[in-house]
Every structure is written in structure tokens, then in C-alpha cells.
Ligand binder design. Structure first.
Ligand SMILES: Cc1ncc(C[n+]2csc(CCOP(=O)(O)OP(=O)(O)O)c2C)c(N)n1
Ligand SMILES: [Mg+2]
Length: 346
């Protein structure tokens, strides 16, 4: 188990370090929001999920995409704006998707994917047997529920798969956050909400934005049981996700994690930003000393660790080489996936 967690944590860290290294070369035109320091959140949850579970995330989405099994080659090609990218080079770092791996999308617009995730959970719960996910990303349309009261509706769920919705502490200030939690609780949907609380929205600390810092209490107020995971603790999060996801599969409705974590790099871009003065290196230091990548490295037998690291170095180098070698999309690609086919023809 430590090997699995370490492999995923180390892989994400190395991919993002390479993005930071390559970025000044200006071949990656997309803005990049790195998760360095926050990998534990995606890894702790995704390692406890099944392949048929699905995730939705934010623009800070490399870690989630990779932790859930998204294709590394397609992600790097996407960053380089290439035709082989997961969004065919049109989405960039903030718009990652790999439906076959259960990564249903990330978005630049804060909070947008929370209701998308709730809708998907609604389809899992009430939509009848879902067709296997199509490679084109199409999702099932939920059937009508009729007049039957749906809270705690009788009959087995349509699927035992669950949805995990990842978002930042800033996204909890969006109105749609409250609406989504309310609906998920009302319909007892199979969804795990994961708030990655790194305490900042761009350069503004949570205490300067929120009247109540108790995000879990706000979740509970909507009828969603909630707990806080302290210290970016990947092992605790992994264990708790296993338990909680079993309950959700069992039809016990939504659950909420607030995971305390910390972003090491600047909000957007490859570098550091302590010079801006909105936070200090003293504040960051304990989080860096409690690095979960190093913590897990120490729990893996040295020979095994060396092998994992060598394999990942090779994979990462190959992915960046692949991205650079890929062609750019044809100009015609600008006209696809913009409008629905019928409107396009019109
Ligand atoms: C609807 C919307 N409002 C504002 C923004 C500008 N914006 C981009 S990132 C961000 C901060 C969000 O913070 P948080 O949710 O905590 O995520 P983090 O960046 O810390 O991962 C804001 C306000 C946006 N992209 N979308
Ligand atoms: Mg934040």
C-alpha cells in the first residue's frame, strides 16, 4: 500500500517539477496552477476509489487527473497545445479530461464542476444502469424520477459507483456550492465532496474572505456529514476515504472532507511568490517539513523506492518528448466541439 501511494505521489511531484522547469521555455502557453505540496489530497482519495468511480476538479487539476489514472502523455500534449492532448490541444492545463479513467473534467471557472459532479451522482443514483463510459466523454442522462419521494427512495441504487468532487476553499464561497450540497443531501446522492483547503484564494487568506472559517459546519448545515483531515495527512485521508466510500456505495448519501493542505508555489505559474508579501516563508516551512512525498518515501523499502523512481523518471521524460514531438492541431479543429452539431450545420 505504501508503494502504491508513494508511486502516485512521487509521479505527480516529478511531473509538476518538470512542468515548472519547462515553463520558461515558453512552449507551454497555457497558464499552469501547480499542486506541488497538495498532492496528498488527490492521491489519498483516488487510491481508495475504483476505476468506475469518477472525479471532477478545478483548474489546479494535474494531481487529480494523474491520481485517478488520466493519461500522462495526453496531459503533457495538452499543456503544449498539441493535437494529441486530452482536449485536443484546445483546453490547456485547466481543462483536463479522461473519461475512460473516470476524470470527467476540470474547469477554469471556480466552483463550476461541483454541480456537474452532483448531476453525475444523480445519474448514478437514479439514472438506471449507466452505459459504460464512452471514450468521447458522453455521460448518461438521468431518467425521470416520477412522483415518488426520492429522499431515501426504495429500490437499489442504479450503480454502486461514486463521484468525488474536488474544489478549493475559495469555491465554498460560490452560491452554487450551497445549492449543490443541499441537492446532494436532499437526494442522498453517492458523492464525496473534497475541499482542498490551502487557506488561500489567489493572494487572500481565508480569514479575510469568510465570516465563518468552519467549512465543515457549513457542509453539516446542509445535511452532509463532514470531517476535517489535518496536516495534509495522506495515510489518514486514504483510510478515511476507504470507510466513507464504502458507506456511500451502501446508499448512505453524500459525505464531505475538508483536507488541510498548502500550496508551495505561486497561485499560477511555475515559481514562488513570497516576495509578494501576502504570506511568509515561516508560514510555509512546517508544511514543507511535513511533505507527504518524503514521508511516504521513508516508508518504502529503498530498493523498491529506487525502482519506482527510475521508472517514473523514464515515463516523465518520454511524456515530455512525446508532447514536443506531437503536431499542433489543424486550424479546422477550431470549429469542432464549439456548437452542437445541429447548430453547427445551421
Ligand atoms: C467564478 C470565478 N470567479 C473568480 C475567478 C478568479 N479566480 C481564479 S482562481 C481563484 C481562487 C480560488 O481559490 P480556491 O478555490 O481556494 O482554489 P485554489 O486556487 O486555492 O486551489 C479565483 C477567485 C474564477 N476563475 N472564476
Ligand atoms: Mg484555496
Amino acid at each position: 500500500m505504501y508503494e502504491r501511494l508513494y508511486r502516485s505521489l512521487y509521479r505527480i511531484r516529478r511531473v509538476e517539477e518538470e512542468i515548472a522547469r519547462a515553463y520558461p521555455g515558453d512552449q507551454i502557453k497555457s497558464p499552469v496552477h501547480l499542486s506541488i505540496g497538495q498532492e496528498a489530497v488527490s492521491v489519498g482519495v483516488c487510491e481508495a476509489l475504483r476505476p468506475d468511480d469518477v472525479v471532477f476538479g478545478s483548474y489546479r487539476g494535474h494531481a487529480l487527473y494523474l491520481a485517478k489514472g488520466g493519461s500522462l502523455n495526453e496531459m503533457t500534449a495538452e499543456l503544449y497545445g498539441k493535437a494529441g492532448g486530452c482536449s485536443r490541444g484546445k483546453g490547456g492545463s485547466m481543462h483536463l479530461i479522461d473519461p475512460e479513467a473516470g476524470v470527467m473534467g476540470t474547469s477554469a471557472v471556480v466552483g463550476t464542476t461541483i454541480p456537474n459532479a452532483v448531476g453525475y451522482a444523480y445519474a448514478f443514483r437514479y439514472g438506471g444502469p449507466l452505459a459504460p463510459r464512452a471514450a468521447n466523454g458522453s455521460t448518461a442522462v438521468p431518467r425521470e424520477e416520477g412522483s415518488k419521494a426520492t429522499r431515501g427512495a426504495s429500490g437499489p441504487p442504479s450503480s454502486t459507483a461514486v463521484v468525488a468532487s474536488f474544489f478549493g476553499d475559495g469555491a465554498t464561497e460560490e452560491g452554487v456550492f450551497a445549492e449543490s450540497l443541499n441537492f446532494a443531501a436532499l437526494k442522498q446522492l453517492p458523492i464525496l465532496f473534497v475541499c482542498e483547503n490551502n487557506q488561500y484564494a489567489i493572494h487572500t487568506h481565508q480569514s479575510r474572505r469568510q465570516g465563518s472559517l468552519a467549512i465543515c459546519e457549513r457542509a453539516r448545515a446542509h445535511g452532509v456529514p463532514a470531517e476535517r483531515i489535518e496536516d495534509n495527512d495522506v495515510l489518514r485521508l486514504f483510510e478515511r476515504t476507504q470507510d466513507v466510500v464504502a458507506q456511500i456505495r451502501d446508499g448512505q448519501g453524500p459525505y464531505f472532507f475538508e483536507v488541510m493542505t498548502y500550496r508551495w508555489q505561486e497561485h499560477v505559474g511555475p515559481g514562488q511568490d513570497y516576495r509578494l508579501g501576502y504570506r511568509t516563508e515561516e508560514e510555509a516551512r512546517p508544511w514543507m517539513e511535513n511533505d507527504q512525498v518524503s514521508r511516504l518515501a521513508a516508508l518504502v523499502e529503498p530498493g523498491c523506492r529506487a525502482q519506482i523512481e527510475a521508472e517514473i523518471e523514464e515515463e516523465v521524460a518520454a511524456a515530455f518528448a512525446h508532447a514536443k514531438a506531437c503536431p499542433f492541431p489543424d486550424a479546422q479543429e477550431l470549429y469542432t466541439d464549439v456548437f452542437k452539431e445541429a447548430q453547427h450545420a445551421h
